[in-house]
Design a binder for this molecule. Structure first.
Ligand SMILES: Cc1cc2nc3c(=O)[nH]c(=O)nc-3n(C[C@H](O)[C@H](O)[C@H](O)COP(=O)(O)OP(=O)(O)OC[C@H]3O[C@@H](n4cnc5c(N)ncnc54)[C@H](O)[C@@H]3O)c2cc1C
Ligand SMILES: *[C@@H]1O[C@H](CO)[C@@H](O)[C@H](O)[C@H]1NC(C)=O
Ligand SMILES: *[C@@H]1O[C@H](CO)[C@@H](O)[C@H](O)[C@H]1NC(C)=O
Ligand SMILES: *[C@@H]1O[C@H](CO)[C@@H](O)[C@H](O)[C@H]1NC(C)=O
Ligand SMILES: *[C@@H]1O[C@H](CO)[C@@H](O)[C@H](O)[C@H]1NC(C)=O
Ligand SMILES: *[C@@H]1O[C@H](CO)[C@@H](O)[C@H](O)[C@H]1NC(C)=O
Ligand SMILES: *[C@@H]1O[C@H](CO)[C@@H](O)[C@H](O)[C@H]1NC(C)=O
Ligand SMILES: *[C@@H]1O[C@H](CO)[C@@H](O)[C@H](O)[C@H]1NC(C)=O
Length: 499
């Protein structure tokens, strides 16, 4: 018996070794084949296009990976041809693994890049077109939201997407999406009329409420599990000047108490204002051993100092304030879009809960602060506790959340730091802060087992958090539209459906 097990293990080891070797070899052959059939679309390590693509990821964990080549398509038909090539058996060699990226803003290693495989970089597919009556925008999946908004400002229109410069269309719109208009209109994905998607077969389909509706629904939260999205069609929203910006506070007990109370009140349904999207952040920075508190306040109407924000604006202890009128493209650019200088590594961990009283927030603050003390010596550390309201969803998605609830809160703890050697320490301490938050919330019956995919860490299971029924529906859609499981095994990155 033991001998058989040992032999099996050896066979598996040999197979694994063989697979690695063959994959590397065949990656190069497939890269050459793609390059010969779609000339000029493939770049290698010695090429500036390849280097620019890698350096444009948000985190060091992603830019450190080294694909065998990068494929940069210009159209859905090029994506289709690519998928047909890499899923075809060539000379009995093993099909290469590949990764799909749009804005490259997912933090964790391998979500949208791949060592030794082929990375599909969609950023050249960034067109924006409007229907004749300007009510629908047709948006290339490789577009960058902050660049798209600026093109719509002259029409007094906007679309819903990311709130920080550099975030891509493809990832955000398939994982959920939180925008300034999300308290009014829901998740970004709730509003997608149509996804143009290249399936594992290479077929290009339009998935909407009227055709492939199961696929359409699956893509609203199902991430990269069903195909490569090449375009989304979304409603445009009238948008004139907005108002908002940020306030910075000294880190004192008085301010912490004021924030806990103001945020708890903000989240009460009786105080709901659908024009208001905001964040409350506690920040610790190792350089200088500095603590700070900040609010980012956004209001989608041209109203100065709206009543809903008075409780925050009137908290004493302010050390800086920039609250202004601006167009829809200005705020995301002001919000910046890179890691702090001298840090390349980052970790985000997310959880959700139902609003509670001020005491809940005070306890959350306290265990975060305790965590900063454990991590204080990590070089370059910036540890941020960011608390914000959930979108008020209308339920047209696969996220498994009940519609119309106004008092659901999302916390994301974000670490940025300098060195890979600190990964384990930072990860472990962040997890222990999260664990203490979750057990506190469970004790008070406030915990909601939803993990927002676009903020989730590799260690989390956002698709599992949608619930067994939704996950099962997503798995059915995968069996139907990707019967060979190309997007499960040949595209190993991202959150997968079968695990
Ligand atoms: C600084 C910062 C600010 C953020 N702010 C917000 C915010 O305001 N609101 C919000 O909702 N989220 C926000 N996020 C999270 C953001 O939504 C996710 O990082 C999202 O995945 C980014 O999309 P992307 O296209 O840039 O990602 P990528 O890293 O390129 O891709 C993310 C995942 O989606 C898959 N994917 C990408 N494009 C396609 C495609 N065309 N077809 C199929 N699969 C695809 C990838 O394979 C990968 O698994 C923020 C993130 C950062 C780092
Ligand atoms: C398959 O073999 C042919 C002929 O030797 C060669 O031209 C082609 O590049 C090979 N394709 C792959 C993917 O290896
Ligand atoms: C093979 O792939 C591995 C990662 O999968 C990579 O580290 C290695 O450099 C590659 N080797 C060659 C010869 O391409
Ligand atoms: C948006 O506003 C900013 C400053 O308020 C301005 O510089 C910019 O030109 C505006 N953008 C567009 C597209 O009009
Ligand atoms: C946009 O709104 C401004 C301010 O209300 C107005 O002056 C301008 O004419 C509008 N532009 C368009 C294209 O409607
Ligand atoms: C949710 O909003 C979308 C986009 O506005 C709309 O198409 C859909 O019908 C809405 N669903 C419900 C249940 O109201
Ligand atoms: C903030 O803290 C600094 C340093 O302790 C202090 O000098 C300053 O007066 C404080 N500001 C406010 C507005 O409380
Ligand atoms: C934070 O640390 C202090 C001192 O060790 C401890 O008394 C307190 O219970 C901790 N708070 C939380 C919420 O973990």
């Amino acid at each position: 018996m033991a001998a058989i097990v040992l032999m099996l293990l050896r066979v598996i080891l040999v197979l694994v070794g063989y697979t690695f070797a063959a994959e590397n070899g065949s990656t190069t052959r497939y890269c050459e084949l793609v390059d010969s059939l779609i000339p000029g679309s493939v770049s290698y390590a010695d090429n500036p296009v390849y280097r620019e693509s890698l350096s444009s990821y948000y985190s060091g964990q992603e830019s450190d990976l080294r694909p065998g080549c990068i494929f940069s398509p210009k159209s859905a038909s090029e994506v289709s041809l690519f998928v047909k090539i890499v899923t075809s058996k060539q000379n009995c060699s093993i099909s290469p693994q590949f990764a799909v990226r749009s804005g490259g803003h997912t933090i964790w290693s391998g979500a949208a890049n791949i060592d030794g495989g082929i990375t599909v970089d969609l950023r050249a597919m960034n067109t924006l077109e409007l229907s004749e009556d300007k009510t629908v925008a047709y948006v290339g999946a490789g577009g960058i939201w902050s660049e798209i908004y600026a093109q719509l400002v002259p029409y007094n229109l906007t679309i819903m997407g990311g709130r920080v410069a550099g975030i891509g269309v493809g990832g955000l719109a398939t994982g959920g999406g939180i925008h300034y208009l999300s308290r009014r209109n829901g998740w970004v994905c709730d509003n997608v009329y149509n996804y143009e998607v290249v399936l594992a077969s290479g077929e290009i389909v339009q998935a909407s409420a009227g055709s492939y509706s199961d696929l359409w629904l699956a893509l609203k939260g199902g991430s990269n599990n069903f195909g490569i999205i090449t375009r989304i069609d979304v409603p445009t929203w009238p948008q004139g000047l907005m108002w908002g910006g940020s306030i910075a506070f000294n880190y004192t007990h008085q301010v912490l108490d004021g924030q806990a109370e103001a945020f708890s009140d903000f989240m009460k349904p009786e105080n709901f204002d659908d024009a208001a999207d905001m964040g409350m952040a506690l920040i610790f920075q190792n350089p200088g051993n500095v603590y700070a508190i900040g609010n980012s306040l956004y209001y989608v109407e041209a109203v100065e100092n709206p009543a809903v924000y008075q409780p925050f604006i009137s908290i004493p202890g302010q050390v800086g304030r920039q609250l202004v009128f601006a167009n829809a493209s200005t705020f995301p650019i002001q919000a910046g879009g890179t890691l702090p200088p001298d840090t390349r590594r980052a970790i985000d961990i997310v959880y959700s809960f139902k609003n509670g009283g001020p005491d809940i927030y005070s306890s959350i603050f306290e265990s975060w602060e305790n965590g900063t003390k454990v991590l204080a010596a990590i070089e370059g550390l910036q540890l941020v506790l960011l608390i914000q309201p959930h979108p008020v969803t209308n339920g047209t998605n696969s996220l498994g959340l009940p519609p119309s609830e106004k008092d659901i809160v999302l916390t994301v703890i974000t670490a940025a730091y300098a060195h890979r050697e600190d990964d384990e320490m930072v990860q472990n301490e962040m997890q222990s802060i999260i664990d203490s938050h979750v057990s506190l919330l469970k004790r008070h019956g406030l915990y909601i087992p939803f993990e927002y995919l676009n903020y989730a860490d590799k260690s989390q299971d956002p698709i599992g958090s949608y619930g067994e029924e939704v996950k099962c529906r997503l798995q059915d859609a995968s069996r139907k539209y990707d019967p060979d499981g190309v997007f499960q095994t040949q595209v190993p990155g991202g959150f997968k459906l079968f695990n």
